[in-house]
Design a protein around this ligand. Structure first.
Ligand code: HEM
Length: 448
């Protein structure tokens, strides 16, 4: 296709362009631009002379195309440079040969067999422990509860460690790091991280805390001399094969999996639980399917729980934890019929893609029925209309893990409790990930 159009420019203010809009309300600004101006929009960030152009990509073909081609669209963006300051060169941030070697190396930990047997059993065990712990508690903050649960699962399954003790430190550091990252990603010239400003000092202290947590996890495993059987940390420390990782890569890898492996699924689960608490008919529909199972849910039962699966997918549509997937174009290119220059900062937005009315009617409404066979949705765009885990070779390696965990946890909790809430909606905060901005109280009514 020949490029015919230049991207529409978002209004913003004469001198500073869209800087304030993006900083104050990133999600709202991207969504409004997508709805009012189209699938490729240019935002000018910063004052003239120091200006940076940022292009939002919110159509199904455009998002998939940019996400799927790691040669034409690179992880050399401002936001990824910021992520590297915290996470180093692990699987999420590395590129090319480094990435391929790391991805092949960790692949054995994510086989279907492991997911559906040992990992699923741990997920059900941990969810059942939460259900027991909730007994007698009238109301719980489902975001805090799901964060604890998913961290315990990642700790047990991937790292062979109890990470619960470190959780308060992880949460204290991750939230401000995440917010800082997005703020700096939409600044044309952020203050260099080596300048000893109070904000930078706090940033380095937070990074140090995270590194200390990982060092402790690695040291504890080394002390026990246990090679951890088949888990991720055991695999990393044993250093098998020709593609073995350097010591620094091991630490970076643990950090990535520790953070990416729980925070995203926790937010998804928390949002799903609140939406279910607001929609008793979907709880009932899910329970009717659960009632047909012979015992506690297992991975093998999931095909018999289509409503639970639809609830997870709908939560990921409305609240995609990875709301943006950023790339830098390595060459001049064309996306959705719009010409983009080389070295353009692109932000594909699952958040805005998932709320396009021509794909998803009444897009802001929670309706798991969209994902039931025969619903006719998405109306166009097919699989490209739902991209919470990105697409192509750099898609989320933990996608099946997350889907499995979210489905099993919902199945266990819905079997044990009726959920109610007075929350009118879910307050959201966009940093590097999308997360609830406040506690999410949900009332529990024990079932039989
Ligand atoms: C609901 C939960 C999750 C969501 C929405 C999510 C979303 C994503 C997305 C969109 C990417 C692509 C980022 C990019 O290319 O810029 C990604 C990559 C990644 N995710 Fe997830 N993720 C989730 C859960 C998990 C879990 C449970 C794990 C680990 C167990 C994980 C580990 C990773 C890793 C290591 C990468 C980098 C993969 C690569 O580039 O090869 N994620 N995730």
């Amino acid at each position: 296709m020949t490029a015919t159009r230049t991207p529409v420019r978002a209004g913003g203010l004469p001198v500073i362009g869209s800087t304030l809009d993006l900083r104050r309300d990133y999600l709202g600004t991207i969504l409004r631009a997508s709805r009012e101006l189209g699938p490729v929009v240019r935002f000018d960030v910063g004052v003239p002379g120091l200006r940076m152009a940022l292009y939002s990509i919110t159509g199904p073909e455009g998002c998939e195309r940019v996400m799927s081609d790691p040669v034409a669209y690179r992880k050399e963006t401002r936001s990824y440079d910021e992520v590297r300051l915290t996470l180093g060169n692990g699987l999420l941030t590395s590129q090319d040969e480094d990435w391929l070697r790391q991805r092949r190396y960790v692949a054995p930990v994510f086989t279907r067999r492991r997911m559906t047997t040992s990992y699923a059993a741990v997920m059900v065990e941990e969810a059942s422990a939460v259900a027991r712990r909730w007994a007698g508690r009238g109301t719980v903050d489902v975001h805090a509860e799901m964060t604890r649960l998913t961290a315990r699962v990642v700790g047990r399954v991937l790292l062979g460690s109890d990470v619960e003790a470190a959780l308060p430190r992880i949460m204290e550091t991750f939230a401000p790091l995440s917010t800082r990252l997005l703020r700096r990603a939409v600044s044309p010239r952020p203050i260099p991280p080596w300048l000893p400003t109070p904000a930078n000092r706090e940033f380095h202290r937070h990074n140090q805390v995270l590194r200390e947590i990982v060092d402790d996890l690695v040291a504890a495993r080394r002390r026990t001399g246990d090679d951890g059987g088949e888990d991720l940390l055991g695999l990393l420390l044993r250093g098998e094969g020709e593609e073995r990782l350097t010591d620094a890569e091991v630490v970076d890898q643990v950090l990535v999996f520790l953070l990416a492996g729980h925070e995203t699924t926790a937010s998804t689960l928390a949002c799903a639980l609140v939406e279910l608490a607001r929609a008793p008919q979907w709880q009932e529909a899910a329970r009717a399917e659960l009632a047909e199972l012979p015992g506690p849910p297992t991975a093998a039962d999931l095909p018999r729980l289509p409503t639970v699966d639809a609830v997870v997918r709908e939560a990921l549509r409305l609240y995609p934890a990875a709301h943006s997937v950023a790339r830098l174009s390595s060459v001049a290119t064309e996306v959705d019929g719009y010409a983009l220059p080389a070295r353009a900062n692109l932000v594909t937005s699952p958040w805005a893609l998932h709320r396009r009315a021509e794909l998803w009617p009444d897009p802001d409404r929670f309706d798991p029925g969209r994902f039931r066979p025969g619903s006719g949705q998405p109306l166009q765009g097919g699989k490209q209309a739902w991209l919470p885990f990105s697409a192509g070779p750099r898609a989320c390696i933990g996608a099946q893990f997350a889907m499995l965990e979210a489905s099993l946890v919902l199945a266990v909790l819905l079997g044990a409790y009726e959920l109610r809430t007075a929350l009118p909606g879910i307050p959201l905060e966009a940093g590097i990930t999308l997360r609830p901005a406040a506690p999410l109280p949900v009332q529990l009514v024990p079932r039989g």
